[in-house]
Design a protein around this ligand. Structure first.
Ligand code: CTP
Ligand code: MG
Length: 243
């Protein structure tokens, strides 16, 4: 197990929700991307192994699309969790619904910290989880972000360029997004009552009036969305290097 970086990093109890409830439409291979092979193991195993390597993680919930629960059960069977509970729950039609189901199933201690992570980001590192957890422990909510290097444009309804926003105030969101358990549970409860659709959990925390701290993301922690992303991930998993 990965040991604490230093004594000053006193971590709370961590819980992990690994979101694998999507079906990978943009990948378009007919199987959810989280169970495709990446370097000799299923893609989701990379995230699971990362969270299992952290001794502070007490409980893990995996959320999987209903039709693929059996297959995911096979993937999880035989995993060494070090005696910690690992449960599998059916997801919802949207990421928000899946996340809410995972958070609900955690039934965590209100002082614990819930790490919500996309199974589609296999190269998450224990260091990144720790950095997010340390910040969330201080301010209630924290997530990793990368600076935007390309110029970004906003388009209008007809697809014409409407505006080019100032890049210096834009960042790209990653996961794990880490929250005090009671905070994110309440934010999700409100979000699900209103039926609001959002693409991450931070949005719900903001809507509930909370401040969210920014942690420096990692370029390696990219999300696998397309076949090109998977090819790049396989190259990295196979030991590929730039120089
Ligand atoms: N996710 C989820 N439940 C959903 C939709 C998405 O748990 N109903 C999860 C995915 O499994 C993924 C993460 O949210 O780990 C980010 O979603 P995305 O990359 O969009 O994955 P998919 O929804 O599977 O892909 P696509 O949008 O191309 O169908
Ligand atoms: Mg999706």
């Amino acid at each position: 197990m990965t040991r604490s970086i230093s004594e000053e990093v006193r971590m709370s109890t961590l819980y992990a929700v690994i979101l694998a409830g999507g079906t990978g439409e943009r990948m378009g291979v007919g199987l959810p991307k989280q169970i495709l092979d990446l370097g000799g193991k299923e893609l989701i195993r990379w995230s699971l192994d990362c969270f299992l390597s952290l001794e502070e993680v007490e409980k893990i919930v995996v959320v999987m699309a209903e039709d693929w629960l059996e297959k995911m059960g096979d993937v999880l069977k035989g995993l060494d969790t070090g005696g910690r509970p690992l449960s599998l729950v059916p997801g919802g039609n949207t990421r928000r619904e899946s996340s809410w189901k995972g958070i609900d199933a955690l039934a965590g201690d209100r002082k614990g910290l819930a790490c919500i992570h996309d199974a589609a980001r296999p190269f998450v590192t224990p260091e990144l989880v720790r950095r997010c957890a340390v910040e969330a422990g201080k301010c209630g909510a924290a997530a990793p972000y990368l600076p935007v290097t390309d110029t970004v444009a906003i388009i209008d309804d007809e697809g014409f360029i409407r505006e080019v926003p100032d890049r210096s105030s834009l960042v790209l969101a990653q996961t794990p997004q880490v929250f005090r358990y009671d905070l994110i549970r309440e934010a999700h409860r409100e979000g699900s009552e209103k039926g609001i659709e959002v693409s991450d959990d931070v949005t719900l925390a903001l809507m509930a009036g909370h401040r969210v701290c920014r942690v420096e993301g990692e370029a390696g922690n990219f999300k696998i969305t397309t076949r090109e992303d998977l090819e790049r991930a396989r190259w990295i998993a196979g030991g590929g290097q730039l120089a």
